[in-house]
Design a protein around this ligand. Structure first.
Ligand code: HSE
Length: 437
């Protein structure tokens, strides 16, 4: 059958949770999208290795293949939606699609964090585009604003909560006093955390997302390896009690700042003052706060995961690409606002970070202990702002000390802890957290 002139042919790679969500959305809302676009979105191929997956999804089984050549060699395909996840073969398929002049829509944060600049350049070279709104914050718009709406600004900072799994766990620990393991089990039971949650818990997922955001915002290449990373597994119910007492929430923050010495990019749990908007972003929600020289501060908040929110971003990108495909077919070359890296900024070493710190340690409860510890801080130029001492173990005669510092240098604080840890009166360094305000 001849394809209609106004028909846009789509290939979907991957029929997992997100792929199925996109297929369902196309079936459910396709006619409305067609009306809005004045075009017909047609699902032509579905690439899925596990053919059984197609059984639960109401798609025409004849569209499903496990042969990537059938999909990528078909010259009629206009748009490739890549939802395989992981670096390979997704990266190779995306590259092949762009080089053969297809628009690509992807949710793949790992590929975009590691190869985004190369893929954007390839797309430009071939007169198409790669759209990746779903790669950060799922359906919550952040990529579009950074690529287009905020492009007249010099972006100075991003502070974000971009991992829903860890935010859910931290919220349960904070609100219900749960231990990390209990909160993780709850998250797994509810399907918020995967059976192997390493990428989320260790901050790897957030690092990929931050590398994408920082590269876009600062027009430079921020690689995942440039981002300092700490996960949430060392957090303890006691840290949440002290945070509460001191007026803070604990969040896994992704921070990117443009500073004179270079770009400061890091993902780690942090104390956030209760009065700040980010402190009340709870559960599986994501939020990205961007600061630009013209607009000032803006906050994007919304669902950061799930098939329907993700399909929201993917289908908007597909509609955007479809419009460009139709324009090109009609001989109109409207063009798109290009995004270019344009500059190579140095990365600021973590040792040079200056901020305030929270430190929890177990010490001997006897005369002169505080003086020894305070000397350690003083020797490294770290100024103590407040100390709370809690009785802990009467039999062992140990106490718990919670120290808040004034603004100090990361390198000095690390040296202080190393030295304090060697003191005979310190039985254990509990946790060190940065204060982000
Ligand atoms: N695993 C991610 C999260 C969702 O917990 O936010 C997909 O990016």
């Amino acid at each position: 059958m001849m394809a209609r002139q106004d028909q846009i042919e789509i290939a979907l790679l991957g029929l997992g949770v997100i792929g199925s969500g996109v297929a369902r959305t196309l079936l459910e809302k396709g006619p409305a999208y067609d009306q809005q676009l004045g075009l017909h979105l047609s699902l032509r191929h579905i690439l899925e290795r596990d053919l059984y997956k197609a059984e639960g999804v109401p798609v025409d089984r004849r569209l499903v293949t496990d042969d990537s050549h059938v999909v990528l060699d078909d010259k009629a395909v206009d748009i490739v939606i890549e939802l395989l996840g992981g670096e390979r073969p997704a990266y190779d398929f995306i590259k092949e699609a762009l080089c053969s002049g297809r628009y690509v829509v992807t949710a793949n944060k790992e590929v975009m964090a590691k190869h985004g600049l190369e893929l954007l350049a390839l797309a430009q070279e071939h007169g198409v585009d790669i759209l990746f709104e779903a790669s950060v914050g799922s359906g919550t718009p952040v990529i579009g604003p950074l690529r287009r709406d905020l492009s007249a600004n010099e972006i100075t900072s991003i502070r974000a909560i971009i991992n829903g799994t860890t935010n859910y766990i931290l919220t349960r620990m904070s609100k219900e006093g749960l231990d990390f393991q209990e909160a993780l089990s709850q998250a797994q039971a509810l399907g918020y955390a995967e059976a192997d949650p390493t990428n989320d818990l260790e901050g790897i997922d957030a690092v990929y997302k931050l590398a994408i955001l920082a590269s876009l915002a600062f027009h430079t290449h921020v690689r995942p390896d440039d981002v300092y990373r700490e996960g949430i597994t060392s957090l303890n119910a006691r840290d949440f009690r002290y945070a509460q007492e001191l007026g803070y929430a604990i969040k896994l923050l992704a921070v990117a700042r443009r500073e004179e010495e270079g770009v400061d990019v890091r993902v780690h749990p942090a104390f956030v003052p209760r009065g700040e908007l980010l402190a009340s972003v709870d559960g599986v929600l994501n939020a990205v706060q961007v600061e630009g020289d013209l607009l000032g501060r803006v906050l994007f908040q919304g669902p950061g995961a799930g098939p329907r929110p993700t399909a929201s971003a993917i289908m908007a990108d597909v509609m955007d690409a479809a419009y460009s495909v139709a324009a090109a077919k009609a001989g109109r070359t409207g063009g798109r606002l290009p995004w270019r890296a344009g500059r190579t900024l140095p990365m600021k070493p973590m040792a040079e970070l200056t901020t305030r710190y929270y430190l929890r340690m177990e010490v001997a409860d006897q005369p002169g202990v505080l003086a020894q510890i305070a000397r350690c801080f003083g020797d490294h130029g770290v100024s103590i702002a407040s100390v709370i001492q809690k009785e802990r173990d009467e039999v062992a005669q140990t106490a718990e000390l919670v120290i808040m510092t004034h603004v100090a240098r990361e390198e000095s604080v690390q040296k202080t802890i190393e030295e304090a840890g060697k003191l005979a009166v310190v039985s254990r360094i509990g946790n060190l957290l940065r204060v982000e305000s």
